[in-house]
Design a protein around this ligand. Structure first.
Ligand code: EPU
Length: 443
């Protein structure tokens, strides 16, 4: 298994271009199942998860040009050519929970779907009850069989299988559901009649999916709000679309600059998607200078920013919440930074109550953290000390890399395949910024 070796203490300097968003790209790719015409996406990040999604879509009869065709490695040109395939196999879905986002498109377009039920993962139990509730509200008959979700669309008076537009409520104990909203939104685009999704996820990745669906011919109102109205259409056509920048990758590199007391500029930076993150950074004393003026609304989330990292970091209290609140996917990274703040901080996790596997690993590096239920109390220390640590999930691993960049001595992070799911060539990016980091085979 591969690992990272980091010698910490070097301030990072240079420029990083933020890649396209993983969590936007995955449901966008699944939307290719909604039409027989070509769907081409640009700025699809080259990650283990997007490679697995290509594999899953191919198994479902979607032709996809190889990633480097035409010398454009981030372009994903897809066309669904074999509608007879409706089974998403366990062997592919188990590698990536986002495999669930083929469920809505398959059901809406092909009338039937068999998708292996995703299991739990390191950040919690991850149920899919809201996805199923939403699709059932659109008339789908859903059963569970041998670990698979089996869903069938109702037949209309002429015997055609088609979902029915209805009122759908997607609120759960921890707010809405991002991929559940993606599933219902995609399915409703082809349903007969109007669907109103209440307590819809407001995440920018859902807005991006809605924008692609609209350019495919869907009729959608209210994107970015908790109430989305979808007037179903009979068919969708092809489209070409550029994936939004990855707000979580962006936030991770802001913290890399701050934790190493470096001088880093980020381009393609999604300023408007990171309000709550910027608010917490302000409190900590980390500010961003915008180096350009947006040329128009489309450029507001593709800015160039320079990170100002103070020598002394203030403590803060951060609470993860659905968008536009502080993103749970930046919780571990912020915690790594707060370990070095001057005072006591608190992090409260309201999306995935057990998403704290990075805590014992940070403690191994000298962090002073106490976990009390969904809160972590962090008493800032003067320094972190390198240690061998274990990556447990994608964002926890990112938090450990950040801690390693600041720590005295050598940190070895095992199981970096978690990082490869969500950060494109992270060690090369950090090397270019002057970090002493290398990938090696730990076996
Ligand atoms: N939930 C339910 N029932 C459901 C679905 C979700 O109770 O049917 C609960 C979850 O247990 C959680 C909350 O609702 O407490 C939110 O979960 P959500 O469904 O929104 O998560 P997701 O759609 O499965 C996406 C991202 C995650 C990110 C979350 C929250 C993708 C591929 N994944 O997951 O990203 O943490 O939204 O923002 O978009 C990551 O990138 O590292 C990652 C885990």
């Amino acid at each position: 298994m591969q690992a990272f070796r980091i010698h910490g203490g070097r301030p990072l300097r240079g420029t990083v271009a933020i890649n396209g968003s993983k969590n936007a790209a995955l449901p966008l790719m699944a939307a290719a199942l909604l039409t027989d015409e070509p769907v081409t996406l640009h700025a699809v990040p080259d990650l283990a998860d997007t490679r697995n999604m290509r594999k899953l879509l191919r198994s479902l009869g979607v032709e996809i040009a190889p990633p480097d065709a035409d010398g454009a490695p981030h372009t994903c040109a897809m066309q669904a050519t074999d509608p007879s395939q409706t089974t998403a196999e366990y062997d592919i879905v188990r590698t990536m929970r986002a495999g669930i986002c083929v469920l809505g498109p398959l059901l809406a377009k092909r009338g039937h779907a068999r998708v292996s039920m995703p299991g739990g993962c390191a950040i919690g139990t991850r149920p899919v009850d809201l996805h199923l509730r939403g699709l059932r509200a659109l008339g789908a008959e859903i059963t569970l069989d041998a670990g698979d979700i089996v869903a069938t669309a109702p037949r209309d008076s002429q015997g055609h299988q088609r979902l029915i537009g209805r009122h759908v409520f997607l609120g759960g104990p921890n707010g809405s559901t991002v991929l559940g909203t993606a599933n219902v939104l995609s399915a409703a685009a082809l349903a007969q009649g109007t669907t109103v999704i209440e307590c819809a996820a407001c995440e920018p990745e859902i807005e991006d999916l809605g924008r692609l669906l609209i350019s495919m011919g869907a009729n959608i109102e209210g994107l970015g709000s908790p109430k989305i109205t979808v007037h179903g259409v009979e068919q969708l056509g092809g489209a070409e679309h550029r994936v939004i920048p990855d707000r979580i990758e962006a936030g991770t590199y802001v913290i890399a600059a701050a934790i190493s007391a470096g001088d880093v500029t980020l381009t393609n930076y999604p300023t408007c998607m990171l309000g709550a993150f910027h608010d917490r950074l302000d409190e900590v004393g980390v500010t961003l200078d915008h180096l350009d003026a947006p040329a128009g609304p489309a450029q507001e989330n593709r800015r160039s920013v320079r990170v100002n990292a103070p020598r002394r970091l203030n403590p803060c209290h951060a609470v993860t919440q659905p968008h536009p609140g502080f993103p749970t996917d930046l919780q571990a990274q912020l915690m790594a930074l707060l370990c070095l703040a001057d005072g006591n901080s608190m992090v409260t996790e309201k999306i995935f109550p057990d998403r704290f596997l990075h805590v014992p690993e940070l403690q191994r590096m000298g962090a002073d953290i106490k976990r009390l239920g969904t809160n972590a109390l962090i008493h800032g220390v003067r320094e972190l000390v390198g240690a061998p640590v274990m990556a447990s999930d994608l964002r926890a691993s990112a938090g450990l890399v950040l801690a390693g960049l600041a720590a005295r001595g050598q940190t070895v992070i095992n199981r970096v395949y978690h990082l490869d799911r969500g950060y494109e060539k992270m060690e090369l990016t950090l090397q270019q910024l002057g970090a002493d980091i290398e990938r090696f085979d730990a076996d």
